[in-house]
Design a protein around this ligand. Structure first.
Ligand SMILES: NC(=O)C1=CN([C@@H]2O[C@H](COP(=O)(O)OP(=O)(O)OC[C@H]3O[C@@H](n4cnc5c(N)ncnc54)[C@H](OP(=O)(O)O)[C@@H]3O)[C@@H](O)[C@H]2O)[C@@H](O)CC1
Ligand SMILES: Nc1ncnc2c1ncn2[C@@H]1O[C@H](COP(=O)(O)OP(=O)(O)O)[C@@H](O)[C@H]1O
Ligand SMILES: [K+]
Length: 488
């Protein structure tokens, strides 16, 4: 599991650690990690000796890190230029080290010198702002970020700690931000690095351990890995039967969108539940049974028999309010997707997982879709609090927010999933995990993780996978995560 901490938590941990270390030692640890990555990247493009490095240094410690790293690379034979955003406030020791290693300062007002340095650079260090950054980049900092975005350098852009201009605690980019190829981050992850649009601006992540671990509190925000997901997946015991493994009800699909019923039922069948009961109109139920003979079907939630959890809403269309209310009123764990989100109760009192995409969440919260996309964490958290439910916000980074403040960010997403019907598969899969006894937060994050891997696998197989391809890839993904069910 990877942990994500806030600026406040990082600062408190840094303070506690610094109190035990000689002056400047912590920064030197960060610099050592940064230089290791830079040297590796430069070796891939011909070596450190003779390489051209440009340091963009802001007025804080982030600029200090970058200047020290520039100095160390210069000592190893690189030609280093530094652009100081605020020369009077530049990190004094870092600048002295940089100069005495042979580094050259280029004025931010020297347009020709600046463009020529960037054009020739093999590597650009973005040390404009780190965790002290607030708001979009201003003035010269914004101008430099724009030059990088315009492709004025062919060199790799390496962000120090985080890409400058991205809000550290939310991943939002309220204005101009640097788009990096790599980010070397110190001590722990920040939300800026895992939640879009910040995550996209960070490029490939590298982690430098500076010893903060023992001083950091338990993280509210986490990123699961394969081992976490394997441990969370329900494990049918030797004496399990189809009922004890959980029965999931699927209230999805309509004459207009019968495929949603087929895909959600398919997702549910793969999620480990012992049985899937489909509730919907006869014509749709017939299609579901033709594709999945193992599913039980009936016309309404009341008619299909007992279940342990409901997946409600994918492709449901209009006119199903009574069915939705019946399923929601059963007092069972529920997953509510798509059209089901139109009939939410005021607040949930039992386990609930909502799975909107940005458009659906924007309608729920009555804000613009672009606002939801720009502030994914904020809006997912707000909806989680308002409905007392776990909110899984789908999209380029899928985030899950729980009403108690916990957040999980899914690391496996791929744009290959951006195809009609993949959300229905996810809804079925997560509902099945709910029926298997997982909490809404676990069910949602395990489902999103496996679904993302299935998208990657399907994309490797067919280039532009359909929702059916993603569904077909799920069994192999789940098998490789947790091993075969039943020890076979
Ligand atoms: N603490 C430690 O021990 C260690 C810290 N480490 C490193 O320190 C970094 C944190 O350093 P930091 O606290 O000095 O803040 P930093 O990110 O450099 O920025 C502050 C400056 O930016 C300015 N500014 C703000 N917003 C702006 C904007 N939108 N546009 C333009 N300017 C803006 C702000 O100006 P002001 O608002 O004060 O006018 C101020 O001058 C951390 O990320 C890591 O790299 C590592 O070495 C490990 C040890
Ligand atoms: N750019 C993207 N990167 C990663 N995943 C994406 C992207 N766009 C969409 N997805 C994923 O694809 C799925 C689409 O679901 P949804 O929007 O409900 O579509 P549908 O209703 O057609 O099934 C979600 O799991 C979502 O997270
Ligand atoms: K930076």
């Amino acid at each position: 599991m990877k942990t994500v901490h806030t600026v406040e938590e990082v600062r408190a941990a840094e303070e506690a650690l610094m109190a035990r270390l000689p002056d400047g030692a912590l920064m030197q640890r960060a610099v050592a990690g940064l230089v290791t990555v830079c040297a590796r990247l430069l070796r891939e493009s011909g070596g450190v000796y003779g390489a051209r490095v440009v340091v963009l240094a802001g007025a804080g410690n982030n600029g200090g890190d970058a200047l020290w790293a520039g100095a160390r690379l210069a000592r190893r034979g690189a030609h280093a230029d530094a652009v100081l955003l605020d020369p009077a406030k530049a990190h004094a020791e870092g600048l002295t080290a940089f100069r005495s290693a042979g580094g050259r300062v280029v004025s931010v007002d020297d347009g020709v010198g600046l463009r020529s340095a960037l054009a020739q650079a093999d590597l650009v260090l973005d040390g404009i702002l780190g965790i002290g950054g607030r708001g979009g980049l201003r003035g010269d900092a914004a101008r430099l970020a724009a030059l990088l975005r315009e492709g004025r350098t062919a060199g790799a852009v390496v962000a120090v700690d985080l890409p400058s201009g991205v809000d550290p605690d939310t991943g939002e980019t309220p204005g101009d931000a640097v788009a990096a190829d790599h980010t070397v981050t110190f001590g722990t992850l920040k939300a800026a690095l895992v939640v879009d649009p910040g995550a996209a601006a960070a490029g490939t992540l590298h982690f430098a351990d500076i010893g903060l671990g023992p001083f950091l509190p338990e993280a509210e925000m986490t990123v699961l890995d394969d081992a976490d997901v394997a441990a969370l997946l329900p494990d049918p015991g030797r004496e399990s039967d189809k009922y004890s493994r959980g029965v999931v009800g699927v209230l999805a699909g309509s004459a207009q969108f019968p495929g949603a019923a087929v895909l959600a039922t398919g997702g549910a069948l793969h999620g480990g539940a012992g049985m899937v009961r489909y509730a919907g109109p006869d014509a749709v139920a017939t299609e579901v049974r033709e594709r999945w003979p193992e599913a039980i079907a009936g016309p309404s939630p009341d008619a299909v028999g007992r279940v342990q959890a409901w997946t409600i809403g994918s492709g449901l269309g209009d006119g199903r309010e009574d069915d939705v209310r019946a399923a929601l009123g059963a007092g069972l764990p529920v997953l509510v997707d798509a059209d089901g989100l139109r009939w939410l109760p005021e607040r949930f009192t039992g386990p609930a997982l909502l799975t909107p995409h940005a458009g659906e969440l924007s309608r729920l919260l009555d804000v613009d879709r672009s606002a939801v996309e720009a502030r994914r964490l904020h809006h997912a958290r707000e909806a989680a609090r308002r409905w007392n439910a776990v909110v899984l916000l789908k999209g380029s980074t899928t985030v899950l927010a729980a009403p108690d403040g916990r957040v999980r960010v899914n690391p496996t997403g791929t744009s290959a999933l951006a195809a009609a019907g993949t959300g229905d598969v996810l809804a079925g899969l997560a509902g099945s995990l709910l029926a298997g006894g997982l909490s809404p937060l676990d069910a949602g994050s395990v489902a999103a993780f496996a679904h993302g891997l299935a998208g990657q696998r399907a994309a490797a197989g067919s280039g532009y996978p359909s929702a059916g391809d993603v569904l077909a890839a799920l069994p192999a993904v789940l098998r490789s995560l947790r091993g075969p069910v039943g020890g076979g």
